[in-house]
Design a protein around this ligand. Structure first.
Ligand code: SF4
Length: 491
């Protein structure tokens, strides 16, 4: 049977879970009678990358920066060409009336490459794009010409409205929430506000994705909210998702139960920016989950809140939360103020929150940023001191990143306000107006903090470990990679 739309997610984001966004799109299409199927090449390719035995090639592939932009992708193509070709052939072989691609900054270039190859093969199916890279018209400028239509922002309410227009040739003005690239690169679009009532959205449908057979991870994404209650200066969440919204605990539990029925031994990762945006809601959700004896391991991101009590963490633990990932970002009070990350209070209150989480039996995972504009070398050392003093409460550093300026974030929109040289803000080489914070300085600070954390016995997560360069050695012959790439078995 010919599908209406084949939904495709290309590498590489290191995915270890099915794609929630595409599962929502699939449900939204079904609402108005259109059939679709998801092919998640990122999911399957991640497994292949994990098995690459050449440490240099593995490091090259793990490094997500190597996937960003057409130039970088060209550098990878000799190593991944066979895989790219297998994705193209697979997509080409599935009968559908249209194609849909989920695009983010990491798979943007790979998606463009695959679409170009499909067109060369004579595949003229209309193309729909959406995803994390499709929130602002500017962010899709370099790729929208390859698509017949781009869904801007949260797609849940746009998809049902735009499908008849899209499937019937995209004639006339695009519906609200859709961008089209006309001739000569001219773009036309109408912005749509994100859905206000998340309870009204259908539950995501992962369709026929193979799980868990052929895959080692029983992890699934889920969400209880969208956007965030904070406005950190480096973050683009409000430009992408607007204001903070929550689903009701009742609807959340409905989804958990339906997933559990289908995938009995699953683990759930909350996709939310934070699970503790509204404490009364979180308390009610935890109580209900415990009362229903749902018994599913839960992981979520959270903010450090000075008003969260020990009983809250105990209730979370009883509900199944075994890990909380805190976007702590820095252990310097000064830097946290400049970042506008103030919910944790002072350093002693932040320490108390880490301790309460730990004492409640929840694993404490933190994310850190090095080199925020305004951070000095002294601030970094102060941050290192704080983190080392609290090492006993920190289980893992999941992410230790040098500062990047995300389009749509306050620091990118108002660079001078943060002391950033505006002409440099679009790349990894950005620097401050006084030149003291530049690419090399940030690499140095990264190493300083990394060494301090290691010497304090703090465990580094997989993503951080992947950034450690393997010792130099002669490159392995390419045939090894070709052999591994041949194992690729897309779902
Ligand atoms: S960084 Fe995290 S806590 Fe801060 S605004 Fe963004 S999502 Fe919210």
């Amino acid at each position: 049977m010919t599908l209406d739309v084949l939904l495709v997610y290309l590498p590489y984001t290191g995915g270890f879970m099915p794609n929630l966004g595409l599962a929502c799109v699939r449900s939204a299409m079904a609402q108005v009678g259109y059939s679709s199927q998801i092919i998640n090449f990122d999911y399957s390719f991640s497994h292949v990358v994990n098995e690459v035995s050449d440490p240099h090639l593995r490091h090259k592939l793990y490094n997500l920066e190597n996937w960003v932009g057409e130039d970088k992708l060209q550098g990878l193509l000799p190593d991944i060409n066979d895989s790219v070709e297998s994705w193209v052939q697979h997509i080409y072989s599935v009968p559908s009336n249209a194609l849909g691609f989920s695009v983010n900054c990491f798979n943007h270039a790979a998606t463009a490459e695959v679409i170009r190859r499909l067109r060369l093969l004579g595949d003229d199916r209309p193309i729909l794009m959406g995803g994390a890279n499709c929130y602002f018209p500017e962010s899709v400028e370099g790729i929208s010409y390859l698509a017949d239509a781009v869904v801007l922002g949260e797609a849940d309410e746009t998809i049902p409205e735009m499908m008849p227009w899209f499937m019937n040739g995209c004639h006339g003005d695009p519906p609200t929430g859709v961008l089209v690239s006309r001739s000569k690169g001219e773009q036309t679009w109408k912005i749509r506000n994100p859905p206000e009532d998340l309870d009204r959205l259908p539950l995501p449908d992962y369709g026929d994705e193979i799980w868990p057979e052929g895959w080692g991870y029983p992890d699934f994404p889920i969400e209880m909210s969208r956007s965030c209650i904070l406005s950190c200066a480096f973050c683009d969440v409000h430009s992408r998702n607007g204001s903070f919204r929550m689903r009701s605990p009742k609807r959340l539990i409905e989804e958990i139960l339906s997933l559990k029925q289908r995938y009995p031994s699953l683990r759930l990762h909350f996709n939310d920016s934070l699970v503790n945006g509204k404490l009364p809601y979180l308390r009610e959700a935890c109580e209900r989950i415990e009362a229903e004896q749902i018994d599913v391991p839960l992981v979520g991101q959270a903010i450090i809140r000075r008003d969260q009590k020990f009983e809250d963490f105990q209730a979370m633990r009883r509900a199944g939360f075994h890990t909380l990932i805190y976007g702590l970002e820095s252990g310097s009070y000064t830097v946290l103020q400049i970042m506008n990350k103030k919910s944790g209070g002072n350093l002693s209150q932040i320490s108390q929150c880490l301790q309460m989480t730990h004492d409640a039996g929840i694993k404490v995972v933190i994310n850190l940023i090095v080199g925020f504009p305004g951070e000095t070398r002294e601030d970094l050392l102060e941050a290192a001191d704080f983190l080392c003093e609290n090492a006993q409460y920190i289980d893992v550093v999941a992410s230790l990143s040098t500062m990047v300026l995300l389009p749509g974030s306050p620091v990118s929109r108002f660079p001078e306000k943060f002391g950033v040289e505006p002409t440099t803000r679009f790349g990894p080489d950005w620097q401050t107006l006084d030149g003291t914070n530049n690419y090399d300085e940030r690499q140095l600070r990264w190493s300083i903090l990394y060494d301090r954390l290691i010497s304090a016995g703090v465990e580094m997560g997989t993503v951080v470990k992947r950034m450690e360069k393997p010792a130099p050695s002669p490159p392995k012959p390419r045939s090894l990679w070709q052999k591994l790439a041949g194992k690729l078995n897309p779902v």
